[in-house]
Design a protein around this ligand. Structure first.
Ligand code: CP
Ligand code: NVA
Length: 304
């Protein structure tokens, strides 16, 4: 049975820490120009049912840099888009490649694909989770500040897929998560219950930010919610990360955003260049963290 990476819970805390150590090593090696061909002749299939810049470029470049290759599959030109059953597609695609990456809407689609797949399946974002982004975020925090264990992270904004993955991360990496969101935009109730021990819901962004070690946010309207944009702008008006909010946090606090960002909405125009901002390293680390993930899943089938 192949191991999959559909949420952070698919790996143990020790596996996650080892993966991040490896990612940092890969980043260093890559910057030094070391040639690495651990995935020579290996192929990654990439199924994208939603748009992407970082995820597509990082997976495709990552496979190439490890000596392998990646196939971009859009429902517009595969039989998946014409109604071929998901399980049939999963059996066929996974019989020809070494791993599959899927970005889709319903999380159950990724789960069903994985259940029928012979090859490891990676969740590259669903409506409910975005675990690959958390690998990059956790790698970035460690590289700048060391372990996040015992620290406090403030999530400001929508209780969305990124927020859910931060809840999983709080458990797996051992930090406290304060979530500040407007009424009606809370994270999933069942997940909140599961994570009650290390997550706290507040309404006031200032209360969440106070003395926090990391402030994180995301767009107010995620992919698929474009028609809610106007209503969300009203509801989230007080939920912006800006230098004033950052000044309430720990003096060494970092700021992250998975990107793409909407300046003037969830962040002020100057936040990307704030002294605590590590957004560009965070984006680049998608490459290194996922190269570590690909090696982990492809080179240790069933045991990663
Ligand atoms: N952060 C992220 O997943 O970006 P893309 O949508 O560009 O892949
Ligand atoms: N929450 C955002 C993340 C984009 C990377 C979305 O799902 O659109």
């Amino acid at each position: 049975m192949a191991r999959h990476f559909l949420t952070l819970n698919d790996f143990s805390p020790d596996e996650l820490e080892a993966l991040l150590d490896h990612a940092t090593k890969l980043r260093r090696e890559w910057r030094q120009g070391t040639v690495r061909e651990t995935l020579k002749n290996r192929v990654l299939a990439m199924i994208f049912e939603k748009s992407s810049t970082r995820t597509r470029v990082s997976f495709e470049a990552g496979m190439a840099q490890l000596g392998g290759s990646a196939l971009f599959l859009s429902p517009r030109d595969t039989q998946l888009g014409r109604g071929e059953p998901l399980e049939d597609s999963a059996i066929v695609i996974s019989s020809m490649v070494d791993a599959v990456m899927i970005r889709t809407f319903d999380h159950a689609t990724a789960e069903r694909f994985a259940a029928a797949s012979r090859a490891p399946v990676i969740n590259a974002l669903t409506d409910t989770f975005h675990p690959c982004q958390l690998l990059a975020d956790m790698q970035t925090y460690r590289e700048h500040r060391g372990s996040i264990r015992g620290g406090t992270v403030a999530w400001i904004g929508d209780g969305n897929n990124m927020c859910h993955s931060y809840m999983n991360a709080a458990n797996q990496f051992g930090f406290n998560l304060r979530i500040a969101c407007p009424e009606g935009y809370e994270p999933d109730a069942a997940l909140l219950q599961t994570h009650a021990g290390h997550t706290e819901m507040v309404r006031d962004p200032a209360e969440a930010a106070r003395d926090a070690h990391l402030l994180v946010t995301d767009v107010w309207a995620s992919m698929g919610q474009e028609d809610e944009q106007k209503a969300r702008e009203g509801a989230f008006a007080n939920y912006q990360i800006n230098p004033q909010l950052m000044s309430l946090a720990d003096k060494d606090a970092l700021f992250m955003h998975c990107l793409p960002a909407h300046r003037g909405e969830e962040i002020s125009a100057d936040m990307m260049e704030h002294a605590g901002s590590v957004v560009w390293d965070e984006a680049e680390n998608r490459l290194h963290a996922q190269k570590a993930l690909l090696e982990f899943l492809i080179l240790n089938p069933g045991t990663a």
